[in-house]
Design a binder for this molecule. Sequence first.
Ligand code: VG1
Ligand code: CO
Length: 543
Amino acid sequence: MTILSQNCTPFEGQKPGTSGLRKKTRVFMQPGYLECFVQSIFNAIDGVAGKTLVIGGDGRFFNAEAIQIILRMASANGAARAIVGQSGLLSTPAASNLIRQRQADGGLILSASHNPGGIDADFGLKYNISNGGPAPESITDRIFSETASITQYKTCDTSDIDLETLGDTLLGDMTVEIVDPVADYAELMQTLFDFDAIRAMIAGGMTLRFDAMHAVTGPYATALLEDQLGAPKGSVLNGVPLPDFGKGHPDPNPIWAKPLVDMVMATDGPDFAAASDGDGDRNMILGKGVYVTPSDSLAVLAANAHLAPGYANGIAGVARSMPTSAACDRVADALGVDCFETPTGWKFFGNLLDAGRVTLCGEESAGTGSDHVREKDGLWAVLLWLNILAVRKMSVREILLDHWSTYGRNYYSRHDYEAVDSDIARLLMEDLTARLPELSGQTFGSCKIRQADQFSYHDPVDGSVSHNQGLRITFEGGGRAVLRLSGTGTEGATIRVYLERYERPEGDLDVEPQTALQDIATAVDRISELRLRTGRTAPDVMT
Ligand code: VG1
Ligand code: CO
């Protein structure tokens, strides 16, 4: 085998966003594009000589080809071992688990997560560090600066590796180990949850559906829910991973997983339903006749986690991204544990988890997880919900109503305006940022602004500071709006508007959320001139 040093010129814009680099698939497929980014990652971490890497992805179009390219480069750069999921598949949480279990030095996860897949859709790649979590900003900044000055990458002239046969093979001096993508993850889940109790609940007639959305969780959900927990065949829907996710968006929300939502809203619907995203780290939870907002789900999990064996000693603390509702803060208060507010993106939870300051983390975008790995974890959330249902012997709706009548309800919704002209979006945010200091005290409709600022995060563990993490507007009476630009899109800009209003336990807990948030939504539109400036009359997605 010959090691080749290929000359290259930097590609513009290889800047990792909220969760790695995401671009149109055809952009990633340009000759040298993936190679330049991968070599920049290797350069940024002082090379991979002698190191062990975990490699896998969500199975989308270009997944297998990209893995072959990465394997050749890892070998040429002197890596000792690459642990690869069979067929190139690894869910993001399973990859995180493998990095930790095998004490690998890091991992490369190929995914654009909830973004659609296909040659005309999206592709992505991110680097995770040895704790199993996404590289922190200090490393992603270094990667980006490497991409701007790269002149050469290393690869080798070998034929493709067989990704199907389990076991070890050699690629140059590097061992490639193909592993079952599900086995270690499923074993970890068994240590956390009471499988017997869940099995008994399902055998007793509790019905469930899990929509894998033709993405990576299909094999995981089939193994866990059907094979191990005894849910009847067919409980897992769309369980075969497809390179284009069956042409859908593998985004578990009421828009993209509408068939599942319709199913649970029907009178003969299942008792419990859930969906996950492209790479298996998100979850949407539904019960018969009820959608659980992700922020509420985090709060319910925090309040009930001790009912599962893995969390029987209680939780050390909880962390949520800033735009996530404050529902979990009230639970943390009641439990007497800390609650941290971080910027959007799982990379900000890593330090808190490593330091043992928090056990549970969550984001309003349907991500929840715990210290069992360093990524959010869709099936983990599903299993924790099932464990709680099995112990409390109540329906999802009853648990939710009980939660609200104990802690009050944080009415919550996110409104997304997608593929907005980038300049218009940037100007909107800049102008609003400039006006923040003068906003407090002003009244828009029925909403009086108490405070308006830009969120900066001071990491309590390593002292690092991250600026410009979203605009916050709080209102008299406890309402809040947050505006930020998405860091995962591949087309124009996506403006996210997060709306929240708290209702006390004695108040009206059963208002339709969009109605409950109408006044705040109208005020935000007037404050930001969003509709006027973008020409949009309604959000593309409301979660
Ligand atoms: C979105 C979500 C964020 C999540 C990120 C990655 O980021 O808002 O909460 O961590 O996606 O999730 P943004 O910058 O577009 O708002 V995943 O499941 O797409 O890796
Ligand atoms: Co994801």
